[in-house]
Design a binder for this molecule. Sequence first.
Ligand code: GLU
Length: 507
Amino acid sequence: MFKVVFAVTLFLFSCPLQAYQPAVVSAHKKASQIGIEILQKGGNAADSAVAMAFALGVVEPYNSGLGGGGFFLYYNAQTKQFYFLDYREAAPQAVGLIKKGNKRFQEGILSVAVPGFLKGMEEIHKKHGQLSWEELVNPSVQLAEEGIPLRGELKESIADRAPFLKSDPALTHVFLKPHEEGKNTIFQSDLALTLKNIAEKKGDDFYSGPLAKKIAAFSKKEGGILSLSDLQSYHVFWRKPLQFTHGPYEVTSSPIPSSGGAGLSLLFRKAIINHVTDYPPYSPEAYQMLLEGFKDYFDYREAALGDSTYNVVAHTTHLSVMDAEGNMAAMTNTLNSAFGSGIMVPGTGIILNDEMADFSTHPGSPNSLVGGRRPLSSMAPTIVFKNKKPFLIIGTPGGLTIPQNIFQVLYYSWQWKASLDRAILQPKFYYSPYDKKVVAEEKFSPRVLQSLSPEGGVEIKDTIGNVQALVIKNEKLTVPLSDQRGGGKGMTFSPVSCPKPPLQSSQ
Ligand code: GLU
């Protein structure tokens, strides 16, 4: 008898219950490919997310990477718990020595906050990962060595930021020269070496070893304040995520230091208070009421959380993962602006963020600049359950527009009954609190545009956001939805089901 129990137990451990169809989605197909391969070789959603995050740092060097930070939301199917990791960049301690409200924090070397990305990845792997660390980093070493095709978004981002990149010799060498010379591949050999070191030593060198010294010495030479002790003392935090319900939906999203989750929750409440459902879906009146909610959101944000700078760019990246056991990952990473501060640490391939620009310049704001503090974000990696079952993993870039964008996707689907893919496609708009204007995609009808801005002061923008979502239709079907506004890709596979347990006769 003992033997039978032993055999069955062993079998169950080596062949996990395959409760869901595994899937990944991200803003770049090479990253998604790496993420799905990690799942195929037995990694879980946390492993896949970490491997994809490293890969996105290579293939979208303008959106995220080692020099940046982000947020990770995880649902562990076994513990049935949510976990939220904050690896947001933090202000260097020496900010106190520099005049408050100094404009120079908005750009250049003083806009660089202590990078949290690598500590974040290490912590996620340590707490939730299953595969070895090397297995998660090595695919990105290879990507950086092999080179990435100079086309599409990469080419456009380099062209857009050319004047900015020109002032940095290392960035010019890696990205601008090949672009100007009409080459068709970008090689990141320094980054490949840094990633190789990270595959071996995790964050040791980056946060306290030779790499940390190099980063700090470079910052000092350039007139910056990011020091070795800032790197050594940088910490990530597991935080309690923000949760709220709307009908049968339970939404879990970002807590402080992001306004993302609070924003989503508030926008839903405002839609109820403002009786949006009294008006026909997609009608000018309904949109007008949604807009009222958007305005109130910024009043609340400023009063309770502090304002920040006018940041509506979509230079951030989101990825979503579902694994066979039902673990779910939503991760949003950023450098803030495209190519961050526009500064690469020579010889490392590391592009430094400009996250200090997300602090408020108003003295006394809850988001004012203090050493060690994390600037207010809008990023909102989000997981939704419907009737107590996994339903949706979603996120987008877009700075201040993130909560408004995700809210529109959810609202169009839940309240106005659009399918989620239609809801993502549906034209989006946002309210910009600084110039008090509405920015909208051009596909809105003239009547709606008119109603959003009676004085006709609405600005038209090509695209807003780049949503990467996974819809869990049922246990056997997970549908990736990668926003057509970007060049992302979703991938799934059908797991080979486990063979029946071997029958063993007891003796
Ligand atoms: N730094 C911004 C934030 O944390 C993100 C920028 C973006 O989404 O492009 O909210």
